[in-house]
Design a protein around this ligand. Structure first.
Ligand code: CTP
Ligand SMILES: C[C@](O)(CO)[C@H](O)COP(=O)(O)O
Length: 225
């Protein structure tokens, strides 16, 4: 069984606005609905587990009306890594084979990218989606460039991030025990901390994370074609 775990418990402070960003409308539908549908419509995804903030139950219910393949919603935690861990624990009783962990605010994930991740999972490994760096990287201190960072071998990680379910569940539990104060900004970092092999699947710039107001405008423009 392949389960997609969508993390949607954030507050969206960097976008601002009247609602948490995952509930802001994109072409008339909440961003979260677009993202959920990208996964529930995928033929190789059997079910979707969403993690929300406790204050967002009514927003979630409205955003997901009529959608199928959804598991009972669960509440996330203080940090993104806590939301993922709580989600993994919530679905552990279903004993899934694979899990794809995806940001609620990456609505443009392509079907073929999900297939590419699943193909690596089928070989027993983990896989994340990313794009190569195209710009020169600078180190800046007090608005002054202090150096250039080699971009050789550097990628920008996206989601979904796919894992053998038991591997990533154990890795998250390991991280809590061994590095409780560490800020694990993605799940591959949790997997690396546990010594797991993680492969990279090249994705596209379209699968960007809606983080700022400019991202929101970009997303709207994409849907207006
Ligand atoms: N405690 C948290 C924090 C984040 N997320 C989710 O993780 C994804 C990526 O996080 P980010 O873009 O940082 O979202 P926010 O934390 O909401 O944004 P901000 O930092 O601007 O508040 C989002 O779908 C967000 O809802 C989550 O489920 N639980
Ligand atoms: C998981 C992620 O989207 C991979 O790039 C990113 O690390 C999330 O970071 P955020 O600060 O929680 O948005």
């Amino acid at each position: 069984m392949n389960i997609a775990l969508i993390v949607a418990a954030g507050r969206g402070y960097r976008v601002g606005g009247p609602l948490p960003k995952q509930y802001l409308k994109l072409a008339g539908q909440p961003i979260l609905r677009h993202t959920i549908q990208a996964l529930t419509r995928h033929p190789a995804i059997d079910a979707v587990q969403v993690l929300i903030h406790p204050d967002d139950q009514a927003l979630y219910d409205s955003a997901t009306e009529g959608l199928e393949k959804l598991l009972p919603v669960r509440f996330g935690g203080k940090e993104r890594q806590d939301s993922v861990r709580l989600g993994l624990e919530a679905i552990s009783g279903l004993n899934p084979d694979k899990v794809l962990i995806h940001d609620a605010v990456r609505p443009f994930i392509a079907e073929e990218t999900i297939f590419a991740v699943l193909e690596i999972l089928a070989r027993g490994h983990a896989a994340i989606v990313g794009v190569k760096l195209a710009d020169t990287l600078k180190r800046v201190e007090n608005d002054v460039v202090t150096g250039t960072v080699s971009r050789v071998g550097l990628w920008r990680a996206q989601t979904p991030q796919g894992f053998q379910f038991q591997d990533i569940l154990r890795a998250h539990r390991h991280a809590v025990l061994t590095a409780p104060e560490m800020d694990f900004t993605d799940d591959a970092m949790i997997a690396e901390h546990a010594g797991l092999r993680v492969e990279m699947v090249e994705g596209t710039e379209d699968n960007f994370k809606i983080t700022t107001p400019a991202d929101l405008a970009r997303a709207e423009a994409m849907l207006q074609g």
